[in-house]
Design a protein around this ligand. Structure first.
Ligand code: SAM
Length: 347
């Protein structure tokens, strides 16, 4: 994947649905692909990275994996938040639209400014048109989409080279699947958490509390082989219905996460959402003993260097007892009485 060339600046236009997850998801995917990068800038809904890897192919691969990014932009310039600065930078920049091809310019005010988006779109469009004889504007389906992101500290301009199909997550919402059970996390959250574990194609991913299989579906969709375990046969039958739909390779076993029917050091990654809250089925003495015993088992079955992402409704503080190093923590407020904690671990 590492075709190296001139350093290029990629800007990820992140979804605003969470403060830390979208950025961590991008960086984890870059590491999973073995891409060298430097973080140039990280601000509200924007992450700018410097890489020498060929950006167009890389962006398409990333866009097929990511959940919490909207677009990947090949950065052309960054400037101050004023119309004169933006137009001066646009006039001095190289923005190639071959003759006969079409383009659009869109402005996204991530941070609301005094600038008029429609005016800027028109004025930048004029600059591109003047510098590219034979080009035409097409706002609906352009060959080249240019985008200006207005943030709190600067404006970032570039060409969109990949977009994440966010509609797919909406289409896979839990209640739209063949088997539904309340309390399942959303597919975009499952996908982002799967990505935090730096999954490679063909990796073996385990969910020892698989329920309806939502996490396994997302892991399967990025090329992992998946194994699901649950104590309830009825859940496994439902998970099978959901997994058949998505076409990935899977195995489902009835068992106890605190005594996994799996050999030592055979699993590449564990991603799981154990039961918590009043309505969940907890097959253990208590939620505390369930987490403690399951963490020891997860550690046992993971290969050395393997990763786990574990969800809880409390801050997971004893993962090191099982031998894990904590490499990331994210908190997501679901509603007044539920904050979901996502802890990323490494063996
Ligand atoms: C929060 S649900 C998992 C939801 C899942 N992420 C999904 O997409 O549907 C937790 C699951 O853990 C299962 N469970 C409870 N105790 C267990 C145990 N000791 N071992 C394995 N599974 C258990 C429950 O049957 C339930 O399906």
């Amino acid at each position: 994947m590492q075709r190296r060339g001139m350093a290029m600046m990629l800007t990820f236009e992140l979804s605003g649905e969470h403060e830390t997850l979208p950025k961590s998801e991008v960086l984890a995917c870059m590491r999973a692909l073995g891409i060298e990068y430097q973080v140039v800038k990280s601000c509200e809904q924007c992450l700018m990275l410097n890489t020498r890897t060929e950006p167009r192919r890389l962006s398409l691969i990333l866009a097929a994996k990511l959940a919490m990014t909207h677009r990947i932009i090949l950065t052309i310039f960054e400037c101050g938040i004023s119309e004169s600065d933006i137009l001066e930078s646009a006039r001095g920049a190289e923005m190639r639209v071959p003759s006969g091809e079409t383009f659009s310019v869109r402005v996204k005010q991530i941070h609301r400014s005094h600038l008029s988006s429609t005016n800027l779109e028109r004025r930048i469009g004029e600059v591109i048109f003047e510098n590219n004889a034979g080009s035409r504007v097409n706002l609906k389906d352009p060959d080249h989409s240019f985008r200006l992101l207005v943030t709190k500290s600067s404006c970032i301009f570039g060409e969109v080279i990949a977009s994440v199909d966010r509609k797919q997550f909406w289409e896979r919402k839990p209640h739209k699947k063949p088997f539904f059970y309340p309390g399942t996390i959303l597919p975009e959250v499952s996908r982002a958490i799967v990505n935090l574990c730096e999954i490679h194609t063909n990796d073996l991913v385990l969910d020892p509390f698989c329920g309806t299989g939502g996490i396994l579906v997302e892991a399967g969709m990025i090329g992992a082989r998946v194994i699901g375990i649950d104590v309830q046969e009825s859940m496994l039958r439902g998970a099978a219905m959901n997994l058949i739909e998505c076409g990935s390779e899977y195995h489902l076993l009835c068992g106890d996460a605190c005594n996994l029917p799996i050999a030592d050091e055979t699993i590449d990654a564990v991603v799981t959402d154990p039961p918590y809250g009043r309505s969940a089925v907890v097959m253990a003495e208590s939620v505390e003993s369930l987490y403690r015993d399951a963490l020891f088992e997860i550690y046992r079955v993971l290969k050395r260097g393997g990763r786990a992402a574990v969800i809880s409704d409390f801050e997971l503080s004893r993962a090191d007892d099982a031998g894990f190093a904590v490499t990331g923590r994210h908190a997501q407020r679901v509603h007044r009485s539920l904050t979901r904690h996502i802890t990323v671990l490494r063996k």
